[in-house]
Design a protein around this ligand. Structure first.
Ligand code: GRF
Length: 211
């Protein structure tokens, strides 16, 4: 690995299609200022772990259910061991505490499947987001890549992409289209933007700030 590159951990819990988009972006040169050096799964059965293995990336499982109040301590230990400099939450189904986030201030990003500030915050994850969007009757939804702060889905926005809602959409069809058309596109590009900024700060010897 190129030692100038920002060492990235991708946090996952499920299928890992966003992880796959990041891996593909790395192979294709879109993500070039950072390198995915670790995948952390909160779920031992996540298919994302297979995707990491296929790409030759080390994966570890850190399970909140098993670890209880040691969960974040263990996460920090693993990140430290791998000298991780940036974290991408890609379908990670666990809320991180303000204390954990303070260790990686302006170094954690997330993908959310709506146009923030719509349909976000507590309880707005997975299909709930798309159910709420359809129930409201919005004609446009989309995805947002943003920094992670202690306010759920409240960190500074990095990139957004809109997706048209169809009259016959179900939560499932809307979810799929938003993933395909928006999430898999903007998450790798946002990761590149942040990695580039961190890389520059590392070279210049500055503390990270948001873009
Ligand atoms: C995506 O819809 C993402 O926006 C949400 O969880 C889903 C993750 O899918 N947070 P995958 O594991 O990346 O396939």
């Amino acid at each position: 690995m190129n030692s100038d590159k920002i060492r990235i951990a991708v946090f996952v819990s499920g299928g890992g299609t966003n992880l796959q988009a990041l891996i593909d972006a790395q192979k294709g040169g879109i993500l070039h200022s950072g390198e995915i050096t670790l995948v952390v799964s909160s779920n031992p059965g996540a298919y994302a772990i297979n995707r990491a293995a296929a790409a030759g990336i080390e994966a570890v499982t850190v399970c909140r259910k098993e670890l209880g109040d040691q969960f974040e301590i263990q996460l920090l230990r693993v990140l430290d061991k791998h000298r991780i400099e940036m974290i991408v939450l890609a379908g990670f189904m666990s809320i991180l505490s303000a204390d954990f986030i303070s260790h990686y201030e302006n170094r954690i990003i997330n993908i959310h499947p709506s146009l923030i500030p719509s349909f976000c915050g507590k309880g707005m994850y997975g299909l709930h987001v798309h159910e709420a969007a359809l129930a409201y009757g919005v004609k446009v939804s989309g995805a947002t890549a943003h920094y992670v702060t202690e306010v759920t889905d409240g960190g500074r926005i990095i990139l957004q992409k809109a997706v048209r809602v169809r009259q016959d959409d179900t939560p499932e069809s809307l979810q799929k289209r938003i993933m395909k058309q928006a999430e898999w596109d903007i998450l790798p590009r946002a990761a590149q933007q942040v990695a580039k900024k961190l890389q520059k700060e590392k070279t210049d010897g500055h503390r990270p700030a948001t873009i």
